[in-house]
Design a protein around this ligand. Structure first.
Ligand SMILES: [Zn+2]
Length: 419
């Protein structure tokens, strides 16, 4: 299942695709004929625009292709989808410096005006070329579609693969702005996931560190590397060796998904309890920021692991109608939350500001910075734009009460240090 988040104006939108097998009632012929015609039409448009170097606006595409496509038997929205599709294909092929795409697969994107979805009866009616219609039965448990009843759907993709039809229906739902009472900042790093909940005026009310299974994952990784080193050329071809590698790979997959699910669940539950908006670092921004990403998002573990955790956090949050916001990770672990000075290492996982003498746990400091990034952008609309209180060097950070498991040895390094 695919989940993604975007903003529509001020409102966050959750998107999710439901993919299911679909069985035409009656003959397959019309739908197959439609898919072939659709593919050939996309190819035709690609062929024609491949040589054009100027930027193609929708208007221009419409002028160039609309009437031709209509005369081929397509409906108005089919035509639109066809040239949008062709344009996207061309742009991504060119972006990769590749050749002109040649389409083989049978797949069509269909606009909401050209289908009717009936979740009560689990059927889908598609409007095809030349005013044909085909009714499909969705082959999936009814419970799976239950939650989508209150969502709106706006588009679908129908595919023909290995003798079967598949549809992916795209749903969306606007997350109600619940006016969060607190902000949960999450810092992902090699050894742990640190979450800190702050009130809107900067007091920390909760702090939790969830250790990652990085040691377990690395052990399996090292095994794989050892085996590959021993059979540098042949490991792919010797069945026993390949099997051994696959076994370790499988373990890594299970351990990481397991952890991601548990973490996503724990975090979303806590956020729900505290009515928090969840703030994550935008991993996509890492590449743009610098090439030193390896330093924090340790290469040994890989970005995929952090992505997986974020995916589960977002999924679980979405299930609970909680808002997730991503902020640029730039500087979150290198800037002083009090004076924006540069932080340097100061003992094990502790950072110190050269300018003002601030000293803090690396992970906790990152959550303060993440929190600040969110607040500085969202201080309007009802949220008082209070400057967050980065702890002063000579006091314990507020909100250190709480469960024992959260109590950290903060006080020891929160004492005053003068530079
Ligand atoms: Zn400072």
């Amino acid at each position: 299942m695919l989940v993604s988040y975007s903003m529509r104006g001020e409102e966050p939108v959750v998107n999710e695709a439901l993919k299911t097998r679909a069985l035409p009632e009656g003959s397959y012929d019309y739908l197959l004929e439609f898919l072939r015609l659709y593919r050939d039409a996309v190819q035709l448009v690609v062929d024609k625009i491949w040589g054009i170097n100027e930027k193609l606006s929708w208007k221009k595409l419409h002028r160039l292709f609309y009437s031709d496509l209509i005369s081929m038997g397509f409906r108005a929205h089919h035509a639109k989808e066809i040239y949008i599709n062709a344009k996207n294909l061309m742009e991504s092929a060119r972006g990769n410096g590749g050749r002109k795409p040649v389409l083989r697969k049978l797949s069509a994107r269909i606009d909401k005006y050209d289908y009717k979805l009936d979740l009560d009866n689990m059927t889908l009616t598609l409007k095809l070329h030349n005013n044909y219609e085909v009714k499909l039965r969705l082959v999936t448990p009814k419970e799976r579609v239950e939650k989508f009843r209150s969502w709106s759907n706006y588009e679908l993709v129908v595919k023909y693969e290995d003798g079967e039809f598949w549809v992916s229906i795209y749903f969306k739902r606007i997350v109600k702005s619940l006016n969060p009472r607190t902000v949960m900042a999450i810092d992902l790093n090699f050894g742990n996931v640190t979450l800190a909940i702050y009130t809107l005026d900067g007091r920390r009310v909760r702090l939790k560190k969830l250790n990652t299974p990085h040691k377990k994952i690395l052990t399996h990784k090292i095994w794989i590397e050892k085996i590959q080193k021993r059979y540098p050329k042949s490991w792919r071809f010797i069945k026993g060796v390949r099997k051994a590698i696959e076994k370790h790979g499988e373990r890594i997959k299970n351990i990481s998904w397991d952890y991601a699910h548990k973490t996503g669940n724990t975090i979303a539950k806590l956020a729900f309890k505290h009515n928090s908006v969840i703030i994550l670092e935008d991993l996509e921004k890492l590449r743009e920021n610098n090439k030193k990403k390896g330093r924090r998002f340790n290469k040994k573990l890989g970005l995929w692991f952090y992505r997986r955790i974020q995916f589960c956090i977002e999924y679980e949050a979405g299930e609970r109608n909680l808002e997730v916001v991503k902020v640029n990770p730039r500087g979150t672990s290198s800037k002083c939350p009090r004076c924006s000075g540069k932080l340097v290492e100061y003992g094990y996982r502790v950072l110190r500001c050269r300018k003002c003498g601030f000293i803090g746990d690396r992970d906790v400091t990152a959550t303060i910075n993440i929190y600040k990034k969110y607040i500085s952008k969202h201080s309007r609309c009802g949220v008082p734009g209070v400057a967050p209180n980065a702890p002063k060097p000579n006091e314990n950070p507020s909100g250190m009460r709480g469960n024992k498991d959260e109590a950290m040895t903060t006080s020891s390094y929160m004492n005053s240090y003068e530079s």
